[in-house]
Design a protein around this ligand. Structure first.
Ligand code: IMP
Length: 395
């Protein structure tokens, strides 16, 4: 039996999709534990391109059971659209299950996401506008809808009446926008219930059964450690826990069953949305790396902010997640860059975490970067041969 957790070690978009695809071929089950369709990754398999947002990319392997864990938030419309696309590409979705306890994005959630951002003005977070934050808010406030509710239309109806009254009051009185229609939402979601019924399960016996049979399980992380609601650069974070701890709670697999935790890091750093980014490049070199690395968001198409590799962030990710192996992606993007800068530590007393207030104050004082730079001679990945280790300077 082995249970592997895979986490993004930076601010997401580290190239986890590629790594997951490499690993998924050798496992029996892939579980996603957090996030929703704010995530997105592209996998190229046998020359064909597949885009994933909610469905684990293990779906490309028919013998792999793919689980959407209860820590996720699922937009049923987006989920069905993704299913349709996969089926049109000839991919079987028979081995897919979705936890009855995963929360649902409701039509008012993206509306609140956008309105909340407008209200914040200059302090906005730069969310993906998919309603992820408001869905997790309702989960914690205990007025959320779970996927399993779709199988109880009477319960849905009663609960929606109560919840929508709260939502519409906020929409009309606080934001001055039109309310949502209860019957329209109910009709839409009852229809989703019929279409999703075959996938909805209590995943507890499925996941525990796989553990007791000694199967190999991969917990596929979305986003990255620095976007974690607790461990990240709050408030410029997502609303879930994209960390090893979050993988456990979002799947129901206990920490004592985890065999290893893999961190994925890009050879440089990117971030979408607002918030601190000490090693950010504001010059032409940043633009060049963005172009060569095709650093544009898969979900929103936004240009990603680009900067040097931040070893203080990497250390923090390793320490807070118990990462025992790393994958470094996109080394080749830096082939023509020489010298390559790496932030080795933050300049302040002690060793502050990259999310500490000391580090934050420092960022404000020197927006061009509070990082103490180190340099590495440029590397040429084209000299690498298959199966060989990375160039010495990259290591
Ligand atoms: P939200 O998750 O849509 O609420 O967005 C909150 C922050 O997380 C924003 O800065 C987003 O750009 C960022 N974010 C959310 N999902 C991803 C992702 O998959 N990759 C990179 N950034 C993300």
């Amino acid at each position: 039996m082995s249970v592997t957790i895979l986490v993004g070690g930076q601010w997401g978009d580290e190239g986890k999709g590629k790594v997951i695809d490499l690993l998924a071929d050798g496992v029996d089950m892939v579980v996603r534990s957090q996030g929703g369709n704010n995530a997105g990754h592209t996998v190229v398999s046998e020359g064909r391109e597949f885009r994933f947002q909610l469905i684990p990319s293990g779906i490309l392997y028919p013998r792999v059971t793919c689980v959407i864990g209860h820590g996720m938030v699922v937009d049923p419309g987006a989920f069905l659209a993704e299913l349709d696309t996969l089926r049109a590409q000839g991919i079987s979705t028979d081995n897919l299950v979705i936890s009855d306890r995963a929360h649902m994005v409701m039509p008012y959630h993206p509306a609140f996401d956008k309105l909340g951002e407008q209200q914040r003005g200059d302090d906005r977070l730069g969310t993906t506008a998919r309603g992820i934050g408001p869905t997790y808010e309702d989960k914690v406030r205990r007025i959320g809808f779970r996927i399993g509710d779709l199988q109880k239309p009477k319960f849905m109806e009663k609960k929606l009446r109560f919840v929508l009254r709260l939502k519409n009051e906020a929409l009309t009185k606080l934001y001055g926008v039109d309310p949502f229609d209860e019957q329209a939402i109910l009709d839409e979601y009852i229809n989703y219930g019929e279409l999703l019924d075959r996938y909805i399960r209590d995943i507890y016996p499925i996941v525990q059964g796989a553990i007791s049979r000694g199967e190999r399980i991969l917990l596929e992380g979305a986003q990255g450690v620095m976007l974690d609601i607790d461990l990240g650069t709050y408030p410029y974070v997502t609303s879930s826990a994209p960390t090893a701890g979050g993988a456990c709670t979002g799947s129901g697999i206990p920490p004592s069953r985890i065999s290893n935790t893999i961190g994925v890091f890009k050879a440089y750093t990117t971030r979408v949305g607002y918030g601190p980014f000490p090693t950010e490049l504001h010059d032409g070199l940043g633009d060049r790396i963005r172009e060569v690395g095709a650093e544009f968001g898969t979900v929103t198409g936004r240009a990603r902010r680009v900067g040097w590799f931040d070893a203080a962030v990497a250390r923090y990710a390793v320490n807070t997640n118990g990462i025992d192996a790393i994958f470094v992606t996109k080394l080749d993007v830096l082939d023509s860059v020489d010298p390559i800068m790496i932030c080795t530590e933050y300049v302040s007393k002690g060793d502050p975490s990259p999310t500490s207030s000391t580090a934050r104050r420092c960022t404000r004082r020197c927006p061009a970067g509070r990082a103490r730079p180190g340099t590495a001679a440029g590397w040429r990945t084209c000299r690498m041969r298959r199966g060989r280790t990375s160039p010495v300077s990259a290591r």
